[in-house]
Design a protein around this ligand. Structure first.
Ligand SMILES: [Zn+2]
Length: 286
C-alpha cells in the first residue's frame, strides 16, 4: 500500500511536470541528450562530467531541468521559443528574437548564443568565469532541444499552436502538446514497448545508416560560432508550416494519417538536435 502510494505520488508528479512542459516533453529532451552524450569527444565528455550537478547520473537526466525552473527563474520562461509572424513561415533573428516586451535577443536562439559564450569561459580564470557554468550547460542542452521542436518556432497569434484545440485520437489536446509529447508517446507505445530507450536506439541506428551521409552537414555551421541557432530555427518554422500546422484547424481530429506522416519529421528533428548538441559541446570544449 505504502509502495503503491509512493508510485502514485511519483506518477502525479510526473504528470504535472508533463503538463507544464514547454518544448519537447521529458522523453524528447532525454532522447536528444542521450544521442549527444554518445557522440562527445573525450575532452567534452570530461568537461560535461565536471560541470554536471553532483546528483545527476548523466546529461540526459538533467535535460528537462530548464522546464522545471521556469517558475523559480521567471526570466527564463520566454527563452524556450521564438514567435514568428503569422503564416509567413520564415524566421529572422533581428526581427523575431525578442520577448513579449520587445527586448532583443530574448528568445531560444539568443539563449543558445548566450549560454555558449558563457561556457567558452570554461577552464579560464577570467572574472567572467563567475557564471554558473553548471546551469549554463543544462540550459544550453535543453534549448538545443527546444529549437528543434518545429512549433517552438511557430506563429505569434496562436503562441506556437498552444491555442489550437485538437483531438489526439480520442484525447483533448492542443496542437503544441501533440508535438511536444503525443507523437513521441504514441510511437513509444506502438513500437518500443513504451520504452524511451527503444526510441533512442532506433534513432541512433538511423543516424549511422540511413542518414549517415547527411550528418556532416547537420554538424557544420556556416558561421565561426560553435552552434548556428538561426539555421535550426529556420528549419523548424519550415517544418512547422509543412508538417505541424498543415491540414490542421481548430477542432481537427488527428489520428493515424497525421501520426504516421509526421513521425519521420519528429525522428529527424530529435536526431538533428542530438547530433548538433554534441557537435556544439565538442567545439566549446576542444
Ligand atoms: Zn523548454
Amino acid at each position: 500500500m505504502e509502495r503503491h502510494r509512493a508510485q502514485m505520488a511519483a506518477f502525479v508528479l510526473a504528470m504535472s511536470i508533463l503538463r507544464v512542459a514547454h518544448g519537447w516533453g521529458i522523453d524528447g529532451h532525454y532522447t536528444i541528450c542521450k544521442i549527444a552524450e554518445s557522440r562527445l569527444t573525450g575532452a567534452a565528455a570530461d568537461a560535461v562530467k565536471q560541470l554536471l550537478p553532483e546528483s545527476a547520473e548523466d546529461l540526459a537526466s538533467v535535460c528537462a531541468w530548464a522546464d522545471r525552473v521556469k517558475f523559480r527563474y521567471r526570466w527564463s520562461s520566454e527563452l524556450h521559443y521564438i514567435n514568428t509572424p503569422d503564416n509567413l513561415c520564415k524566421y529572422q533573428y533581428s526581427r523575431d528574437c525578442k520577448d513579449d516586451n520587445g527586448e532583443k535577443g530574448r528568445c531560444v536562439a539568443g539563449a543558445i548564443n548566450n549560454y555558449t559564450s558563457q561556457l567558452l569561459d570554461y577552464g579560464s580564470n577570467s572574472i567572467r568565469a563567475a557564471y554558473n557554468l553548471t546551469e549554463a550547460l543544462m540550459f544550453l542542452s535543453h534549448f538545443m532541444g527546444d529549437i528543434h521542436q518545429p512549433l517552438h518556432v511557430g506563429f505569434t497569434s496562436d503562441r506556437g499552436a498552444n491555442t489550437i484545440d485538437v483531438r489526439w485520437y480520442t484525447q483533448k489536446q492542443v496542437l503544441h502538446h501533440v508535438w511536444d509529447n503525443n507523437i513521441i508517446e504514441t510511437a513509444e507505445e506502438r513500437y518500443y514497448s513504451s520504452n524511451v530507450d527503444g526510441l533512442v536506439d532506433a534513432i541512433q541506428q538511423n543516424i549511422t545508416n540511413e542518414w549517415a551521409d547527411q550528418v556532416k552537414d547537420w554538424e557544420t555551421c556556416s558561421s565561426t560560432k560553435p552552434p548556428c541557432p538561426d539555421t535550426y530555427a529556420s528549419e523548424s518554422i519550415t517544418a512547422a508550416c509543412q508538417w505541424a500546422y498543415e491540414g490542421v484547424s481548430e477542432g481537427s481530429v488527428l489520428k493515424d494519417a497525421y501520426f504516421l506522416s509526421r513521425l519521420p519529421t519528429v525522428h529527424l528533428r530529435l536526431a538533428k538536435g542530438g547530433v548538433r548538441l554534441a557537435a556544439t559541446l565538442n567545439r566549446i570544449f576542444k
